[in-house]
Write a protein that binds this ligand. Structure first.
Ligand code: NAD
Length: 355
């Protein structure tokens, strides 16, 4: 048997906790990659995995991504992630969420959770009945930071796309720039609305085509079927659905100058960053461009810990720093000839004491 720590996605994670609660049906994995900069922060995913190995892979890769994301966003947090393994078609019960809250609580604050795919704000409220190590809770005042991270993530990606367009195409605005958006959910839909206001030309796609078409009608955009979006001839391809879409085949199909979107773990393998680089496609490392949500929920969490209200302007200020970070990575990549994802990984590793 291969030792667990010899598997490719294990990266000296500080802790990998398997959680079972037969009474509620909870099966979960909590992975803490690094707490060098602070408690491991990262959302909880509720997903049906065909194989448990895929759930472990997600927990390991996503928690490492959170270490990098928090470090590069300048947050005093480490990286963690939880996945709850759902049975096919099964729903979340109050008992299951309570048992998950107990498991988070048992870690005594080393892990701070929030929403991710399949987990809503209401679910986080249920988890918060059992543990205080929760962020992404509903905000009481309209001017407060926190709550659903999706709109903040979308805002950060919007800033990042504009930076990429300026860097690669030399344009100060996205007016008339053609952007193909994969996924029109919380993040992709938000990005599309912000870009449409600036006059970008949009092509939208989703496996839920009704959702894509409804948004396209609202924004006067085009749509293509889900399997066609990678090959759309455009300036920017913006992946905002699930990860690992940039593999050898996917990258060969791209017909764009820039890849910049919010999906986590867009590169299927480490070598795929080099593939993009070799094709001359400017890549915005996913965990840098999509940090808006974690910036908001972390500031909310830290303010709550100190019993203070959290000013949304502080979140906006930090979101506006995303373009500068991306431009720094691209310049270093151009100077060294290394792919942008490698440059970014190394910068993040240095920040978490693993340089
Ligand atoms: P969401 O569930 O609101 O939306 C995802 C959308 O993608 C859905 O409309 C879904 O139908 C669609 N989709 C799924 N598979 C697809 C495919 N193969 N082709 C086209 N569309 C597909 O989720 P979200 O919150 O918008 O998150 C989207 C991505 O962004 C995820 O990878 C998530 O991990 C990442 N992300 C989200 C946040 C956040 O704040 N919500 C923060 C950082 C990263």
């Amino acid at each position: 048997m291969t030792a667990f720590w010899a598997q490719p996605d294990y990266d000296d994670h500080e802790l990998v906790q398997l959680v079972r609660d037969p009474a509620s049906g909870l099966t979960a994995i909590i992975a803490l990659h690094s707490t060098h900069l602070g408690p491991g922060a990262g959302g909880t995913r509720f997903w049906h995995y065909a194989q448990p190995e895929a759930a472990m892979r997600d927990a390991l890769r996503l928690s490492r991504g959170m270490s990098y994301k928090n470090a590069m966003a300048g947050l005093p947090m480490g990286g963690g992630k939880a996945v709850i393994l759902a049975d096919e078609g099964s729903a979340k019960s109050p008992e299951l969420l309570a048992a998950f809250g107990d498991a988070v609580n048992a870690l005594g604050g080393r892990y701070v959770t929030a929403e991710d795919v399949g987990i809503s704000e209401a679910d986080m409220v249920a988890v918060s009945q059992r543990t205080k190590y929760v962020s992404g809770l509903p905000v009481e005042e309209a001017g407060d930071a926190g709550g659903d991270p999706g709109p903040f993530t979308a805002m950060g990606i919007y800033h990042g796309i504009k930076a990429a367009v300026q860097h690669k195409l030399g344009k100060d605005s996205v007016e008339g720039v053609h952007i193909a958006i994969q996924g029109t959910g919380s993040v992709g839909g938000g990005v599309a609305k912000l870009l449409a206001k600036d006059g970008a030309k949009l092509t939208l796609s989703d496996i839920d085509m009704d959702r894509a078409r409804t948004l396209a009608t609202e924004l006067d955009a085009q749509t293509v079927e889900a399997d066609a979006i990678l090959g759309v001839s455009c300036d920017v391809f913006s992946p905002n659905a699930l990860g690992a879409i940039l593999d050898e085949d996917g990258i060969a199909r791209l017909d764009c100058a820039i890849v910049a979107g919010g999906a986590n773990n867009q590169l299927a393998r480490a070598a795929d960053g080099k593939r993009l680089h070799d094709r001359g496609i400017l890549y915005a490392p996913d965990y840098v461009i999509n940090a808006g949500g974690i910036i908001s929920v972390t500031l909310e969490y830290l303010c709550a810990q100190h019993g203070q209200p959290c000013d949304i302007n502080e979140v906006r200020k930090r979101l506006a720093q995303i373009p500068g970070r991306l431009t720094d990575i691209w310049r270093k990549s151009e100077a060294s000839g290394e792919p942008a994802d490698m440059v970014s990984d190394r910068m993040a590793q240095e920040l978490i004491g693993r340089g």
